[in-house]
Design a protein around this ligand. Structure first.
Ligand SMILES: Cc1cc2nc3c(=O)[nH]c(=O)nc-3n(C[C@H](O)[C@H](O)[C@H](O)COP(=O)(O)OP(=O)(O)OC[C@H]3O[C@@H](n4cnc5c(N)ncnc54)[C@H](O)[C@@H]3O)c2cc1C
Length: 176
């Protein structure tokens, strides 16, 4: 399956075009300060931070958002104490993805895994990342139910439909 959905931020009124990349992400400097602004900060998926190590910006993953939030919070505290701000540097901890029931891929700096063990590691890491024991228990029960009941309620199902070339042309004409 090809995942082709983009992540696009909601537009924010009052910002100028030059402060945004073409897909609407806010351009920020190494301190997550929005370009051409004095006190607007953006982080995570919403921003595009082009640094020498990441000239096209960081990947839109949770670790980037978490690490940028940590750095920005520390910079705000430093500011209160009149200390200098620290530029953001992304520490790539690796990637993981589930690709099916009992199937995942794990790509860490020290090990690469796939299959059942990778899937268990994915579950453990993501469960531990959730705040609060109560939330963890509820999410664990929810996952268990989905696993046992084959519950596809939150899954995206796409059925391929064939459109004849002639009909396709008509559709395009209608749109225009
Ligand atoms: C299907 C899918 C799977 C993913 N899997 C992974 C994965 O396995 N590992 C991984 O690291 N990353 C994964 N990601 C990416 C990860 O979810 C994001 O990188 C991460 O959530 C970014 O965090 P964020 O805080 O920047 O944005 P978000 O988590 O998107 O938080 C933004 C919040 O702002 C709210 N919001 C938006 N507009 C407004 C508004 N106008 N006013 C008020 N609130 C607003 C939104 O409702 C949302 O709660 C996945 C993303 C998707 C879509």
């Amino acid at each position: 399956m090809l995942w082709a959905a983009g992540i696009k931020p909601n537009g924010i009124e009052g910002l100028q075009e030059i402060q945004m990349f073409r897909n609407g992400r806010l351009l920020v400097d190494e301190h997550n300060l929005v370009n051409e602004s004095k006190n607007i900060y953006a982080l995570g998926d919403l921003c595009l931070q082009q640094l020498p190590d990441y000239p096209k910006g960081h990947p839109q993953v949770a670790q980037v958002a978490i690490q940028q939030a940590d750095n920005l919070a520390n910079n705000f505290l430093a500011k209160l104490k009149n200390k200098p701000s620290k530029a953001f540097k992304y520490k790539n901890l690796g990637s993981m993805a589930t690709v099916g029931r009992k199937l995942a891929v794990v790509d860490l700096p020290f090990i690469k895994l796939q299959g059942l063990l990778a899937w268990l590691i994915w579950l453990f890491v993501h469960l531990m990342a959730i705040l609060g024991v109560k939330n963890r228990i509820f999410i664990f029960l929810d996952w268990s139910w989905n696993y046992l009941a084959f519950d596809p309620s939150l899954r995206l199902l796409i059925r391929p439909t064939y459109v004849k070339p002639k009909d396709r042309e008509e559709l395009i004409e209608d749109k225009n």
